[in-house]
Design a protein around this ligand. Structure first.
Ligand SMILES: *[C@@H]1O[C@H](CO)[C@@H](O)[C@H](O)[C@H]1NC(C)=O
Ligand SMILES: *[C@@H]1O[C@H](CO)[C@@H](O)[C@H](O)[C@H]1NC(C)=O
Ligand SMILES: *[C@@H]1O[C@H](CO)[C@@H](O)[C@H](O)[C@H]1NC(C)=O
Ligand SMILES: *[C@@H]1O[C@H](CO)[C@@H](O)[C@H](O)[C@H]1NC(C)=O
Ligand SMILES: *[C@@H]1O[C@H](CO)[C@@H](O)[C@H](O)[C@H]1NC(C)=O
Ligand SMILES: *[C@@H]1O[C@H](CO)[C@@H](O)[C@H](O)[C@H]1NC(C)=O
Length: 368
């Protein structure tokens, strides 16, 4: 009995009843506190953008809270960009890193879309790829569905439990676009997402694995709402993507994760001819067709409208959040050691290691 029972427990462990309590709330007028703005050109995915700092993002209305109290994060659509210049956009990351035992929920009204547009809501560990990456919302150009993925070092693979509703498309989490899952529910990306009133993603980051749920507006569970101080994934039904730890140990491949929202243009995925030609212009060049020139109407839909992003935690994770380390350089610039190369691969959001060894040790100890 012990063997099968254990297997059953593992197979369905994402649905074990556990309450996760609210630990961070990014919403309303305070949405942008607790995030760092990148303040550099896109040297991570070769996109044709400058991720402006907070001063410029605020002054140019690329990051602000609208009259409905929703956070807007957008590509500049008011500047006529000359040939060979980049367009302004935004990339923000939480100062906090959330450990295993966390749930993140994002409620949005609108996702960026359009030819050349490559938005993502994702997470990354303090060192990449050693501490892993979770891509929760990601798509390019005129794709009609969301693609989820993990990126890790070699040895983490994706197995697909029967109750995953999405389609597993690549199983090796260490190569190419990572271990990917295509959303099969309608209205998960593009114009259709907004027309349906937006929707909600919930991600459970547990020792048993990583699970991602998506609901279009009409189907969001009533227990996930603006006043949920506690959530229980066991009540959410089958996830869109499931990455059981049986084929990818969380302790081995993932550290505490920071949340990241960004929009790049063209670059290693959206700008690849094979990708760009598929949904945009079969004879076109991503940069020439879109980035250069007036910006409107090309980028009028290249914005996130976010009601809230919330982090929940259970057990030790509640006190295991790794906050910002005191910086030795100015707060708006990245410090730390840059690797010698800028090699990137398709769909990978490479970011450099940047935190002190003490931080690493601390997160490591948490998982022992
Ligand atoms: C923000 O970026 C602009 C343009 O690069 C620069 O002039 C300014 O000094 C930066 N501000 C801060 C606070 O880093
Ligand atoms: C950033 O803001 C500064 C100060 O307003 C301005 O001089 C500069 O042109 C802006 N840079 C960009 C790239 O928008
Ligand atoms: C909001 O969610 C909480 C649980 O997270 C639930 O107790 C409450 O009834 C929900 N409110 C509404 C209006 O559905
Ligand atoms: C991409 O496609 C365009 C249009 O067909 C072509 O002019 C360009 O040379 C291609 N670029 C590469 C790198 O293949
Ligand atoms: C830029 O896009 C916004 C919507 O995101 C739109 O309201 C605005 O009119 C556009 N700006 C220009 C100059 O067209
Ligand atoms: C990207 O730019 C930032 C800021 O200048 C720098 O700290 C980082 O090392 C660069 N990363 C890569 C991969 O070049």
């Amino acid at each position: 009995m012990k063997g099968p029972f254990l297997t059953l427990l593992l197979a369905s462990s994402f649905s074990a009843t556990t309450a996760y309590n609210l630990v961070r709330d990014y919403s309303g007028q305070n949405f942008f506190s607790g995030w760092n703005f990148y303040g550099n050109y896109d040297n991570l995915t070769s996109g044709d953008v400058i991720f402006v700092n907070q001063t410029n993002a605020t002054a140019d209305h690329l990051a602000y809270v609208n009259s409905a109290g929703h956070a807007i994060i957008k590509v500049d659509n008011t500047t006529n960009v000359p040939y060979n210049y980049k367009r302004n956009s935004v990339r923000i990351e939480t100062q906090d890193y959330f450990p295993v035992g966390s749930v993140w929920i994002i409620d949005l009204l609108h996702l960026p879309y359009g030819c050349s547009v490559w938005p993502a809501f994702w997470t990354s560990g303090q060192t990449w790829p050693q501490q892993g990456e979770i891509d929760i919302i990601e798509g390019v150009n005129l794709m009609t569905y969301n693609q989820m993925a993990l990126h890790t070092t070699a040895g983490c693979t994706k197995t697909t439990p029967a109750d995953q509703t999405g389609t597993s498309t690549q199983v090796d989490c260490s190569t190419g676009q990572g271990c990917t899952v295509a959303e099969t529910k309608p209205n998960s990306f593009g114009a259709a997402f907004a027309q349906a009133g937006g929707g909600v993603w919930a991600t459970q980051f547990e020792s048993s694995g990583i699970y991602i749920w998506f609901w279009s507006r009409a189907n969001v569970p009533a227990s996930i709402n603006a006043s949920s101080n506690s959530v229980d994934p066991s009540t959410w039904g089958n996830p869109s993507a499931a990455y059981p730890s049986t084929s990818c140990s969380m302790a081995q491949f993932f550290g505490a994760q920071q949340l990241i929202v960004d929009i790049t243009l063209c670059g290693d995925w959206a700008g690849l001819n094979s990708t760009y030609h598929a949904t945009c212009n079969p004879n076109g060049i991503c940069y020439n067709d879109n980035v250069m020139g007036p910006g409107s109407p090309t980028y009028d839909n290249a914005y996130f409208e976010i009601d809230y992003i919330r982090a929940y935690a259970t057990g030790a994770a509640s006190t295991g959040i790794i906050g910002p380390t005191p910086s030795t350089s100015s707060s708006s610039t990245k410090s730390g050691s840059a690797p010698g190369t800028t090699s990137t691969s398709v769909g990978v959001h490479f970011r450099p290691s940047m935190f002190a060894l003490g931080c690493l040790l601390f997160s490591f100890l948490l998982f022992l």
